[in-house]
Design a protein around this ligand. Structure first.
Ligand code: GLN
Length: 258
């Protein structure tokens, strides 16, 4: 399954966010620790969204992250205090194109999905009936994750972000039981995330927040990226913002027994 992360804190370059740590997102592209599917790598592209004074900006590519010169030649020149990034292992049958890569963003929000919606697209048909056809025509790609983004954008018009993300998670689990739904949403100030049948970890200190599918490295004293990572229990909804304790609550089905 894909891997993703969110960072809030002192300005860092986008390249730094992608490559920092002894188990960076870059390393997770070819050597992930916890995939929970048949794939062994995340080679189907990557993306990063950051917040600037004029809203979100993104770079996405269908190349493996290790193959894109932008990481060492362009994204070294862009800094932000808030970044969402993702590497992709396409679910079998779903297209490999840069528009299928998370993060999905619209100027305000950035969204990512690790996992799979069971029996997509049929399983989401009833949920999609409340969304205007014109919004479906703007679906960025023919994937389960892009469909979740269309549903979430629609919900964000009328609901607070935590409510919208929680309701989406619960509605999709009801419509498509057994789906893996690690969702990540940010407005550049707060990160909301779910851990549903997939791995998630958080690391917070007084000035920064990291939420990531896998810790970016082991604890190393003095290293501001590695530090103390906490594993998030399956079936959790996470709210994280700088300077506040991480809030965990239950979401979705009871955790499965592994
Ligand atoms: N199902 C999504 C896709 O194909 C996410 C894949 C994943 O998490 N590996 O894009």
């Amino acid at each position: 399954m894909c891997r993703h992360l969110a960072y809030l804190g002192p300005a860092r370059t986008i390249s730094d966010v992608l490559t920092t740590g002894s188990h960076s997102l870059l390393e997770q592209s070819w050597a992930p620790n916890d995939m929970r599917c048949d794939a062994v790598m995340n080679a189907d592209g990557y993306g990063a969204t950051w917040w600037s004074r004029s809203g979100t900006r993104s770079h996405r590519s269908q190349q493996p992250i290790w193959n894109d010169p932008a990481v060492s030649e362009v994204l070294t020149e862009v800094s932000s205090t808030a970044v969402v990034a993702a590497i992709r292992s396409a679910t079998i049958g779903m297209p490999i194109t840069h528009t299928a890569n998370a993060p999905f963003s619209d100027g305000t929000w950035a969204f990512s999905h690790n996992g799979v919606v069971r029996d997509w697209p049929e399983s989401l048909a009833a949920l999609g009936e409340s969304v205007p056809a014109v919004d479906w025509m703007r679906t960025p790609a023919a994937t389960d994750s892009a469909s979740l983004w269309v549903l979430l954008q629609h919900a964000l018009r009328t609901r607070p972000p935590d409510v919208a993300l929680r309701e989406l998670t619960e509605e999709v689990l009801a419509a498509a039981p057994g789906s893996r739904l690690n969702l990540l949403l940010s407005d550049g100030t707060t990160v909301w995330a779910t851990a549903v049948h997939h791995s998630l970890s958080v690391r917070v200190d007084d000035t920064s927040v990291w939420v990531a599918s896998e810790p970016l490295g082991a604890a190393t004293p003095g290293n501001t990226t590695e530090g103390q990572w906490r594993s998030v229990p399956d079936g959790s909804f996470v709210t994280a913002t700088i300077g506040e304790p991480v809030v965990l609550s239950a979401v979705g089905e009871p955790a499965p027994v592994y």
